[in-house]
Design a protein around this ligand. Structure first.
Ligand SMILES: [Mg+2]
Length: 119
C-alpha cells in the first residue's frame, strides 16, 4: 500500500484536529512542534552513531533512522493538518520556486509528469 501526503494529512487532521484554539492557534500545535523537535534529536543521535561521533549499541541504525524520519514526517504533517494547510500543493509550489532559484534541471511537478508517462 502506498501512502500519499493527502492520506497522511487527512488521517492526522482526524487524529489531532478538534483541539481547542487560543488566539486562532490550535493548542495541539505547540505540543506537536515539541514532539517534532524531540524526534529530530532522536534522528540526530542515530546519525551521530552512524557517522561514529557517538558509540553505537549494536542496533540496526538504518532501520532506526527510518523510524525516526517517519516520526519527523508524522509530526511535520500533523502540524500542517491542524492548521488546514494543503501540503501537497505547498510541496509542488515550494519545489517549483526552489528549482528556479537553484537552477535545477527539472522540478518535482515535471518529474512526476515524466514518471507518469513512463508507466
Ligand atoms: Mg522517535
Amino acid at each position: 500500500m502506498e501512502v500519499t501526503i493527502k492520506n497522511l494529512e487527512s488521517y492526522l487532521a482526524k487524529t489531532y484536529g478538534g483541539f481547542a484554539e487560543k488566539n486562532g492557534v490550535p493548542l495541539a500545535e505547540n505540543n506537536l512542534f515539541m514532539k517534532l523537535v524531540e524526534e529530530m534529536g532522536e534522528a540526530a543521535e542515530i546519525i551521530n552513531k552512524k557517522t561514529g561521533r557517538k558509540a553505537g549499541d549494536g542496533s540496526d541504525l538504518n532501520s532506526e533512522l527510518g523510524k525516526e524520519l517517519c516520526d519527523i514526517i508524522h509530526y511535520a504533517v500533523a502540524i500542517a493538518a491542524v492548521n488546514g494547510l494543503d501540503l501537497n500543493d505547498i510541496i509542488i509550489e515550494k519545489d517549483r520556486a526552489a528549482a528556479i532559484k537553484y537552477n535545477h534541471k527539472i522540478n518535482l511537478e515535471d518529474f512526476i509528469r515524466s514518471e507518469e508517462k513512463d508507466v
